[in-house]
Each structure stands twice: as C-alpha cells, then as structure tokens.
Design a protein around this ligand. Structure first.
Ligand code: SF4
Ligand code: SF4
Length: 175
C-alpha cells in the first residue's frame, strides 16, 4: 500500500517535472499577443460540442471575433495558441503564416504537452519550419498536420516514440 502510494507520488512528481518546461516558458511571457484580425483557429479546428467541422468557418464568428466568447465551448476554452503566448515570431500570426500552433491537452494524463502545428494553407508549414525545428531542438515534441499527408512528429527521438504511443492510445482523432 505504502509502496503504491509512493509510486503514485513519484509519478506525479515526474509528470510535474516533465510538463514544467513549456509551462514555465508560457508563464514567463507576461505580455500576450492580441489576435487582432486573425480568426484562423475558429475556422481550422473542429469544435465537437457545437458540431463544427474542421476547416469550416464557425457560425459564432463575427467581425470582432467570437460572438459567444463568455459561453464558448470547453474545446475553445482549452485551446492555447502559441502565437498569442509569444512563443512564435510576431510576424507569424496564424492568418499570415498559414499555420496554427497550439498546445494540445495540457491537463491530460500524459505527463508531457505536445505542440500541434496545423497547416491552414497548402505548403504553409514550410513558412515556420525553422522555428518549429528550433522548438524541437529545445526538447519539445511537435505534431505536424499537413494537408493530404500523414501526420509526423518531430522532437527528441525518445520523446517522439513515447508521444506516438500516447497519440495512438488516447488521441485517435485530434480535432
Ligand atoms: S489562431 Fe491564435 S491568433 Fe489567431 S485567432 Fe486563434 S488564438 Fe487568435
Ligand atoms: S465558438 Fe467562438 S471561440 Fe469557438 S470556434 Fe466558434 S467563434 Fe471560435
């Protein structure tokens, strides 16, 4: 009993250690970028709670952004855009770069946090591949979702293997 409790405690400690890197980086960025005219995520991503399919403009979008912001679905609330968190260059706002990068499932059972880079325009991933490679070399695992191509993971080799296992078991469909 004591050993099992100790194991759980160590597991929680390990998870905390593993998640802390990117969270610390995000938390350290006190200034956040404003979306401005960008509405990329509200078109590119699916929102199951309101039957919004990926790649379709959300019916709740208006000129000023989300018309139902205060009561937006959990998927939208959980969405963490890396550009607004100042972790991508200012000029790479998703509507300009053609790529939305977000932090997937920050509170999942999986200890790590996977970055997901989704291409909104054909070939756009190439626009920010330099910064994505840099993030990967800093120890982050990034899922690349390119139109019409198999998904690809980049990052440290041992983490990539582990991340595939997690994706296979827990995230058969990433919205
Ligand atoms: S993709 Fe990022 S910058 Fe663009 S609207 Fe969504 S949260 Fe804002
Ligand atoms: S509900 Fe609001 S935040 Fe969510 S996708 Fe639609 S417009 Fe965007």
């Amino acid at each position: 009993m004591g050993a099992a409790r100790n194991e759980r405690r160590l597991d929680r400690k390990a998870k905390k250690k593993r998640t802390s890197k990117i969270q610390k980086q995000i938390d350290a960025n006190i200034v956040k970028n404003e979306c401005g005219e960008c509405q990329a995520c509200c078109t590119l991503l699916g929102v199951p709670e309101i039957d919004k399919a990926p790649g379709t403009k959300c019916a709740n979008l208006c000129d000023k952004g989300c018309s139902t912001y205060d009561i937006r679905p959990k998927s939208c609330r959980d969405f963490v855009c890396l550009w607004t968190m100042c972790m991508l260059p200012l000029g790479d706002r998703p509507d300009k770069s053609g790529v939305v990068v977000d932090l997937s499932h920050p509170d999942s059972e999986y200890g790590r946090q996977i970055l997901v880079a989704r291409e909104a325009r054909d070939g756009a991933l190439e626009n920010i591949m330099g910064i994505l490679q840099q993030l990967a070399s800093e120890g982050h695992v990034i899922l690349l979702i390119k139109q019409g191509e198999p998904r690809r993971l980049i990052g440290p080799e041992h983490l990539v293997k582990e991340a595939w296992e997690f994706i296979r078991k827990k995230l058969p469909t990433i919205r």
